[in-house]
Design a protein around this ligand. Structure first.
Ligand SMILES: C[S@@+](CC[C@H](N)C(=O)[O-])C[C@H]1O[C@@H](n2cnc3c(N)ncnc32)[C@H](O)[C@@H]1O
Length: 246
């Protein structure tokens, strides 16, 4: 079972890498100018998983990727799919005025896409400081006059700061819960509990996921959640949209 999940995850990864590598790269960094202001905070300690189901569930693996010593591009890479596919789901459920958390953001240019789409109150978080460095690089080249409030935060999604409680109108996670599930038993439940805590009642959680088993997702997003979109039948990783009801 454990090996099967690990291989399944790798299969998704490699397949999508081949499909999306060219599309994922946004225009040459040197063509953009420095404007965005960002603040970085460091929150909580991370215990590296000793119970991981596969390497994708370890922090060491992700640090190596974002440091440029891994299997995938260090500068930017979008898991599963990018803004073109996400856009209708995000824009139909999340207003531009929303305060949005992107946990496990990696080096995904979707943060930049949200800024370009007019979202202004964004927090991007990851437990790899190298991922946050990559996001700083991406944002520093954004050519925009707009006033944006982007916070970058380093920390474990299972231990989000207490002063974030109820602070977010929306959470957009892509591949984070998959990696957390692969880090070992009980971690997905802790991550969902932590994300639930920082989301306000009525808030939206968009989850793009290809690995979390359906029965576990049903339990984790059971009581207290309304399923606005079930991505179970999606061809690629499912795009699930949940509303926190309490
Ligand atoms: C599959 S990648 C997805 C990256 C990005 N969201 C995307 O869609 O391209 C999973 C990300 O989750 C991060 N991650 C894994 N476990 C985490 C944890 N416990 N806390 C915070 N970030 C975590 C990894 O560092 C990695 O950036």
């Amino acid at each position: 079972m454990i090996t099967k999940m690990g291989l399944a995850f790798q299969g998704v990864w490699v397949g999508l890498y081949l499909l999306s590598y060219g599309n994922a790269l946004i225009p040459s960094l040197s063509s953009r100018k420095t404007r965005a202001q960002v603040a970085v905070s460091v929150v909580g300690n991370v215990d590296d998983a000793t119970q991981a189901r596969s390497a994708f569930g370890t922090k060491t693996y992700w640090d190596e990727v974002y440091e440029g010593r891994g299997d995938f591009p260090a500068d930017e890479y979008s898991w599963y799919y990018g803004w073109d596919t996400l856009k209708p789901y995000v824009t139909s459920h999340v207003p531009k005025s929303a305060k949005i958390l992107l946990p496990g953001v990696g080096n995904d240019p979707v943060l930049l896409d949200l800024v370009k789409a007019g979202y202004r109150f964004l927090t991007a978080q990851d437990y790899s400081s190298y991922a946050i460095d990559r996001q700083k690089d991406l944002l520093s080249y954004e050519d925009t006059q707009a006033t944006i409030q982007v916070q970058l935060s380093i920390g474990d999604v299972r231990k989000l700061p207490q002063d974030w409680n109820g602070a977010y109108d929306a959470v957009l996670e892509k591949g984070l819960l998959d990696a957390v599930y692969l880090s070992g038993d009980g971690n997905l439940e802790q991550a969902v509990e932590s994300l639930t805590r920082v989301l306000r009642p009525g808030g939206i959680l968009i989850s793009v996921s290809g690995v979390v088993p359906e029965d576990l997702r049903r339990i984790a997003f059971g009581a207290g959640w309304e399923w606005l979109r079930d991505g179970g039948a999606d061809l690629q990783a499912g795009c699930f949209v949940f509303r926190k009801t309490i």
